[in-house]
Design a protein around this ligand. Structure first.
Ligand code: PNS
Length: 178
């Protein structure tokens, strides 16, 4: 197998266990994996670029061949500057496929030297997304097992203003009066 540098691009707002699962898989097969956060995207992220880079660095420090970076402009131009031969993207479900295929084809048209490689996260993360995680925390739900504890603390701090804010307990059902 050739030694290939791969870019894993995304918004990571915030990184989830699904992203981290993919980073682990990517780090196992590529010589180097550059996790690249898009700067100035059309989306307005909840976390600043620095916060997202910081969370990613913290969560991936155990991997010697994973580097955290940011980029702006065309992904293929960034990949070429990094001397990368591949772009790694995760596909969770068939619904991801159409959008990902369109991007992969367009990136191939822009620079045919760069291959897009799709990987599946563990089945347990197939329904997981940053958007849903943000929404669940906002509405007081439980996200344990979906994001690392350090990201959960940051998210609670950002959304609720308190990192230790407890998950609201279910209101006990009242006994029916006979
Ligand atoms: O996590 P996301 O939001 O799905 O990531 C999307 C991302 C960052 C991979 C995509 O928006 C991107 O590559 N943007 C860079 C600009 C670019 O190259 N656009 C043409 C893509 S075909």
């Amino acid at each position: 197998m050739k030694r290939v540098i791969a870019i894993y691009p995304g918004t990571f707002d915030p990184p989830t266990n699904g992203h981290l699962d993919l980073i682990q898989r990517g780090a196992a097969i590529f010589e180097e994996l550059v996790v690249a956060v898009l700067r100035n995207s059309e989306k307005t992220p909840m976390f600043s670029l620095e916060e997202r880079l910081d969370m990613l660095r913290e969560c991936t420090k155990k991997y010697k061949n994973v580097r955290i970076d940011s980029f702006q402009g065309l992904l293929v131009d960034y990949a070429a500057r990094q001397k990368a031969g591949a772009v790694l993207r995760g596909i969770r479900a068939v619904s991801d496929y159409e959008y990902e295929l369109q991007m992969a084809w367009m990136n191939r048209k822009l620079d045919p030297r760069i291959e897009t490689v799709f990987m599946m996260p563990a089945e347990a993360y197939s329904y997981l997304s940053s958007r849903l995680v943000r929404e669940i925390v906002h509405l007081g739900g439980n996200v344990s097992g979906l994001i690392p504890p350090l990201i959960e603390r940051r998210l609670r701090e950002k959304i609720l203003g308190d990192p230790s804010a407890v998950i609201p307990k279910k209101t006990p059902r009242r006994k029916r009066s006979k």
